[in-house]
Design a protein around this ligand. Sequence first.
Ligand code: NAD
Length: 481
Amino acid sequence: MRTILNFIDGDARESSSGRTLDNFEPATGEVYSQVADSDADDIHAAYLAARDAFPAWSKTPASERSSILLDIAGAIEANLQRYAEAESRDTGKPVRLAATVDIPRAVSNLRFFATAILHTASELHATDHEALNYTLRRPRGVAGLISPWNLPLYLLTWKIAPALAAGNTAVAKPSEVTPMTAALLGESCAAAGLPPGVLNIVHGRGSEAGVALTAHPGIGTISFTGGTSTGAEIARTAAPMFKKLSLEMGGKNPNIIFEDADLDRALNESVRSSFANQGQICLCGSRILVQRSVYERFLERFVPLVEKLKTGDPQDPDTTQGAVVSKTHRDKILGYIDLAREEGGRVLCGGSVPEPANERCRNGWFVTPTVIADLPMDCRVNQEEIFGPAVTITPFKDEDEAVAMANCTRYGLAASIWTRDLARAHRMAERIDSGTVWINCWMVRDLRVPFGGMKDSGVGREGGEEALRFFTEPKNVCVKL
Ligand code: NAD
């Protein structure tokens, strides 16, 4: 059985304690590898390697940094199927989804920031005829990058690419639940000639390695994606140390369908936005709000489409719904479905554990795609993040009620609005508290736009110029004329 090791100073290393954690395959429920269970000593070793690599890497011309990052992207692309199978095995998502979305998007992240760094500009302000002020941006040093399990390689590269492109070195801690693609990334970095120490990957639990990374006095920049309560804990540690923080956290995203929407498109995209990756994408629309005049018509067509989704072995190319990431997570999702029933909800489809697709998946962690109606907006199921294949559906009267429902949770990550009325689309976008609003689409991404959440969904923005700025320190230089 393979043991996934840390990648420190260009070498594969065991955890300093020699301890490992079991790594499970969600589709089978079985342990299929071991992963280093690192602690503060490993984080410190990674920090020392990153600190020592920083002077040379930060002075490396942008064109050379760019070329190495492009080579890493190329190395991932050349091994796309291997990466996709690893991601599927770790997460339970269909191999086809990993091969067509997750891994190609990780490649795009690296290419985007590798080329963006060649085209950055800096501000200059002429103060009448008296002085020139220009802003010098320099990399900040060693960055700490912490990522979750749902889109493991995509979200890790979303942090690594801008950090390294801007000239920082990094200590990355992937989720302990899905370490395999990060291990492959270490191999691709070495193959692409990334100098030792520029990127260090330390595996292990959040409560040990994650806490040590956040608290390390030498690591002044922390970029975190994960749950809101973890983000709060990180902020509690990092704020008194005056670390620069980016927190990308949970969501409870509304998907709002007006009576004048193109219903065919809204229906098909709502199935995707509800259940892609078994509903385990922070951007998934987990609360479907439908204008009352078309509510019944929408439901009559939506539920059969959901029932047609094929839950099964992630290795089967026909599978659209794979396993959820862990037994604990499956039990949490099923717990929310039970709670929905207690809160007066009507389960229109799903709501159970499906028959195993084959012998291999007999003990895997699956949940049938679930739609729940008749719940009030203030109940727990409509307020808390379930992060699985279970969505609620609720009618609304008019724009005002749709806005009130959309904004009534602590979260503000993303929203989708379906309407053919241009003015209404813009009005709604302006009134909804969320970092991203999609009009007549879902999860269309342009890597140049600032990405992140409002309220308890996030602090700071990632993506495009914002990300390169996050990983640099601006200094104003004032020159007297
Ligand atoms: P999580 O918060 O449990 O873990 C995320 C990462 O933080 C993991 O690497 C974990 O080991 C580490 N960690 C845990 N406790 C820590 C601590 N005390 N200090 C430092 N690090 C710690 O989240 P998860 O369950 O892996 O991911 C699911 C969550 O991520 C959901 O809430 C989802 O909405 C959110 N998410 C948000 C976005 C976004 O862009 N806003 C994207 C994907 C996922």
